[in-house]
Design a protein around this ligand. Sequence first.
Ligand code: LLP
Length: 420
Amino acid sequence: GAPYLSRRDGRLQLEDVALDALAREFGTPLYVYSQAAMLGALASYQRGLAGRPHLVCYAMKANANLAVLQTFARAGCGFDIVSGGELQRVIAAGGDVGKVVFSGVGKTRAEMKLALEAGVRCFNVESEPELDALSEVAVSLGRVAPVSLRVNPDVDAGTHPYISTGLKGNKFGIAHQSAVEVYRHAASLPGLAVRGIDCHIGSQLTEVAPFLDALDRVLDLVEAIEAAGIPIHHLDLGGGLGITYTDETPPAADALLAALLARIDARGHGHRELVFEPGRSLVGNAGVLLTEVLYLKPGETKNFCIVDAAMNDLMRPAMYEAWMGIVPCVERADTEATTWDVVGPVCESGDWLGRDRALAVQPGDTLAIVSAGAYGMSMASNYNTRGRAAEVLVRGARADLVRERETAVQQFAGERLLRD
Ligand code: LLP
């Protein structure tokens, strides 16, 4: 799962940096990312797409730290954004706005205006009223908005219901049956230029089959839309490729792409530009969350290992009952492994990071929650007025602080006391 994570002399390292040393230097909770792991994951996409017109748009919702974005921007990536705030991050990180695709079911007119003025590459539109609004905004600015329609292929991606998005019961995309009609409407609007088609069927997918099913349905639509006289330039096949958290065996990106390209070629669509929007598979295995053991609280039915990271730092277990690996940064020979529930300080029973984990730990030890580079920090909150964690980016033997730990004063800086 995470080839840049290794153990040397009993100490867990990310690239060439010992994680227990980082915890001492920067404090905990601390997110640490490996740049080589991110670039290695990207290279698999680039290999798979070599020789084709393509664009990898990193789905920055997975991890939007500016230094992470800078890393991908320098490697030639575009970005998949879902808000005006994300667009501002791309600009702040030195990314190329001309390589940005703007997804999401609820873009506001203000966000549309910002994105049109900045010159994003394409709007992935998810409903008919959104098309009308975008056309109006574009006309009012004297611009033309490049669009693709996100179609809902109605395939079961076989993932957690909260992160499955390609079934017709989901709020996402335009129903397969109405797609041609909606494309006709799009083509008739004065402020829009149809560029492509897009789909995204869910996240943490570990099989090739649902991707191929979705692709077939998208290609059926492309043929029908072009038969209706509307040319489609690019295919945006979304993101969704999963990573290994425990025993999942997702295909490598280049293997997935080989299967998709074979199908695209076989159906005579090999000339089209391809866009992908991977998030998790680019950053998930590149990051860990370091946390210190505060107290051990053995009990009659459960043993609790209370750590200084909590659901506000890493929501995935509380929100999806997601399993995240937890390992000590330094192995202990002097303590027996005991079964612990690893829990945080937040006042919720749902505040757990791992259940029934065999760990040999003592208070003061540092634990690493692994494969936490995606949807970790980006979903963090300030619940319980907990400052968000610091972030460090590792390159070889170097470790740079890329986000300071948030203070309480920063958290309430925008609040006001009543004046009377
Ligand atoms: N494109 C669109 C339109 C998306 O909605 C998403 C993710 C992606 C691309 C990137 O998908 P990825 O390659 O990362 O699977 N918070 C959840 C995951 C939510 C994914 C939302 N959409 C989690 O922690 O598992």
